[in-house]
Each structure stands twice: as C-alpha cells, then as structure tokens.
Design a protein around this ligand. Structure first.
Ligand SMILES: [Zn+2]
Ligand SMILES: [Zn+2]
Length: 454
C-alpha cells in the first residue's frame, strides 16, 4: 500500500505524546535521517513501513483467539457476558473517548469518568490522550494529508491501514489537547495505559467469567480476545464506513456520511455527516427513532446525576444547514437543465421596434417585458393558431397570465425557450409613463385595456 506523505518542516507539536502505546508514533528525534514514511515503499524495505506491534495487536491476537475458539467451548453465560462487555467497552470509546474527551460534548462526574476510562481502555484502542489528539486532528483536517485516517487514502487505510502502517507524527495536524493534559483521569490512564489495557482488556473479563461461573478460559478467549476484535472493528468503522457509506444531508464538501448500518455497527456513531457538522453536540442521531445507544447512555447518566452540561446545537441552526444542503442539490440539478437564454444576454429593443418587427412578418410576442419568437411554435400551440397569433406585436403579459388563458407552469417554462430580446423599460406601460403624449395617442387607437393597467 503506497502511503503518500507530505514532507513538511518539523512543526512544534504542542500535542506531541511522549510514549505512545498503540499508535506507534515515536516522538520524532531531532535527526537528519528521513522518517521511514518519507521513503518510498520497496521490496527491500516494506517491512520497515509496517507497525508490527499494531499488526500483532489488531490482527495477530484475534487470529490466535479465533484458533483457540475452535477448541474452547462457549457457555451461554460467557456469551452473554462477552456481548455485555462488548457494549460496555464500546461505550467507553463512543461515550467516553469520543463524545466526552475528544469533543467535550458533555461533562461527567468523577465516577463516570473513571468508569469510561477503564472500559475504554478495555477496547484496546490506545490511551484517551492519544486517541483524542488524533481524533481532533481528524475533525480539523478531514480528508487532507493531516487527517490521521483520511478516507481519501482508501477505505482500508482509514479502517486499519493507518495503524498497521507507520505514520510520521509530524504529518498529523496540530491540535490543542491542553484540556486533556489537565484532566487527572486522562493523564493517569495515559501514564498507566499498558496496565489498564492488560487488566481491562483481558484480565477483568476472565476474572468475571472465572469467579462467577468457573469459565476462566472462555472469559479470556470470548469476552477478552474476540470481544476486543469485534469492538475494535466496530469502532474502526467510524473512520472508514462512516466516511464512505450513506447520505450527506448537512454538507457534501467532505466525506462524512449518515447511514443506519454504520449506526448499528458503531453504537450510534453512524450519523457522521451530522457529527462532523455539529461535533460538540452530544448526539449523533437527532431523531428519536434513530439508533444512537451512546446518546441514550449519556442521557441516562444525566438522569442519575453522573453527566451534566449536555450540549446540543439549536434546532434552528441544524435545520438551516439541512436546508442549505438541499438548496445546493436543487441548484446543482437546476444547472443541468436549460432555462432559456439569460435575460442579460439578450439584446434590448424599444417597444416600438418590437411592434415594427412584428408587423414585418416576424411572429414576435412580448410577455412580461421579454420578446419571444414563436414562429416555429404557432402550429403546436395547444390553444390553437388563432389565439397565439392575436398576441403577435402586442404586450401579451395579461393575455398569457389569465386575460385569455391562465397558462400553466410548463407553458411558462416552454416560453423561456423562445426568448429573443428584452423590451427597454420592461413593458409597454413604462414607455407610456415616459411619454404622456404618446400615451394619449395609444389610448385613442384603442389598445387593449390590460396593456394600460399592467
Ligand atoms: Zn469522521
Ligand atoms: Zn468526532
């Protein structure tokens, strides 16, 4: 997999982490040797581009778990526990890492923070600090080279590739995580991440199954290893599937999309177009019937006093964004159709010139200040030849709009195809206003009443 990396000058990474456990992004040493990601992948060096620790954690261990599952019986209690712990650790990522720490879309009391930091650690996706730093860069630099998991580099890169291939930490966009550096739970979890991940990822699920129903090995294989695999793959889908499948009701300039399938896979993170547009909203799904268990969890925590200050965007702002996107789509569709020659491109003629040309055999009809050449249409006129001919050389605005027949919308659209000129002053009556003498003359000639009233 060719990873195109931008070579850029070393920038002061205010968010540089010192000892990453999962991302494998070692703090850049001040050295002149180019980072491995700045050298092209060849048959001779490809293995140096691979982050082997992550290959082992994300692919190797689950494979071993799958193999072990072939000779490890799965008991009902263990299966239920594995699914329950899957949801708990998944919520650690979605409600904790993502909505609480990366986006501060609500505030949590200490017990809830400790719970989320613990079960989030059990999902084995890196420390809160590392995860949130990358996620903030993902939002700030979506789809660019500074986006750590840009879907522009392919579906599998955004899903897994960004972790199993080495990344140059200098390339990832800068973000401010000073708030996280001041949070004791985040700092503690980052510092002791290895212990957190081993205990919450493998030891704890084994202890529960072992102490309560004696299934130590089942707890380890099913609620530990395989549950980690599923929760990882599910939450990785927020970076891949949510940027690949679905609609873009709020903004289509970037890749995030809304889809119910992604929502089901990711504990409600599937309304990702909304999320990228309103990232500090604690909800992903805003309709009551949409699947967003993470939102339900946060809301429930609020009811029991564990969460507070839940942020939501004003309904008016959300609907404004939705409407603007709809308008954009309508405008794009409209631009594919012919709407007749633009008025500003047409020649301007006086009403007298128009009358003159119509008298000299041209089938011209003026409607709403625009002259139309209906020569080729006379025989196709649904109302008959005689009626359309009666409008030639006149201001037929009123005739067209109900004076003789109240024409349909389709007729209005069709008429635009026959535009040939615009009348100076807009319509006949304007000429009259300009010239009172001429007005008297016209009235004595007995012109149609609607022309005078128009
Ligand atoms: Zn995203
Ligand atoms: Zn986000």
């Amino acid at each position: 997999m060719a990873v195109v990396l931008e070579s850029q000058p070393a920038q002061a990474q205010q968010t540089q982490q010192t000892k990453p456990v999962y991302g494998g992004q070692k703090a850049a040493a001040a050295t002149t040797k180019p980072h491995i990601t700045d050298t092209p992948i060849t048959w001779g060096n490809w293995y140096k581009h691979v982050n082997w620790l992550n290959v082992y954690l994300i692919i190797g261990i689950p494979m071993a778990g799958l193999y072990a599952a072939t000779f490890t019986p799965l008991y009902t209690k263990t299966a239920i526990w594995a699914v329950a712990y899957y949801f708990a650790t998944g919520l650690g990522i979605t409600a904790g890492y993502h909505r609480l720490w990366a986006h501060t879309s609500y505030s949590a009391r200490l017990p809830l923070q400790i719970f989320l930091a613990a079960v989030g650690g059990g999902a084995v996706e890196g420390s809160i600090r590392w995860w949130s730093r990358d996620h903030r860069a993902h939002h700030r630099y979506t789809d660019t080279d500074k986006d750590p998991y840009s879907v522009k580099k392919g579906f599998w890169y955004s899903h897994l590739g960004w972790m199993i291939m080495k990344q140059n930490p200098k390339r990832i966009g800068r973000t401010d995580i000073s708030d996280l550096n001041e949070n004791p739970v985040v700092v503690w979890q980052h510092k002791h991440y290895l212990y957190v991940v081993l205990f919450m990822g493998l030891v704890f699920p084994s202890i529960i199954a072992g102490l309560f129903w004696g299934d130590w090995l089942g707890g380890f294989i099913y609620a530990g290893i395989l549950r980690i695999f599923f929760v990882q793959q599910a939450t990785f889908c927020v970076n891949s599937l949510a940027h690949w499948l679905g609609d873009q009701p709020f903004d289509d300039r970037n890749s995030p999309r809304d889809h119910v399938i992604t929502a089901f896979v990711t504990l409600g993170e599937g309304y990702h177009n909304f999320h990228h547009e309103f990232p500090s909203d604690y909800r992903n799904a805003i309709q009551w019937h949409q699947y967003d268990p993470t939102k339900w969890f946060i809301w429930t925590m609020k009811q029991i006093g564990m969460a507070y200050d839940l942020k939501t965007f004003r309904h008016n702002e959300i609907e404004k964004g939705r409407l603007q996107q709809k308008q954009k789509k309508i405008d794009q569709a409209a631009s594919q159709l012919s709407w007749g020659a633009p008025l500003e491109s047409l020649p301007v003629m006086s009403f007298e010139e128009y009358q003159e040309q119509a008298k000299n055999g041209k089938a011209l009809i003026a409607v709403a200040g625009v002259v139309h050449d209906v020569t080729d249409f006379i025989t196709s006129h649904p109302g008959g030849k005689a009626i359309i001919k009666s409008g030639i050389g006149k201001d037929a605005t009123a005739m067209f709009n109900g004076g003789v027949y109240y024409h349909s919308n389709a007729a209005h659209n069709l008429l635009t195809n026959f535009r040939v000129a615009v009348i100076r002053g807009g319509c006949e009556v304007e000429i009259w206003k300009k010239n009172a003498h001429s007005l008297t003359e016209h009235v004595t000639k007995g012109l149609p009443a609607q022309s005078q009233l128009a």
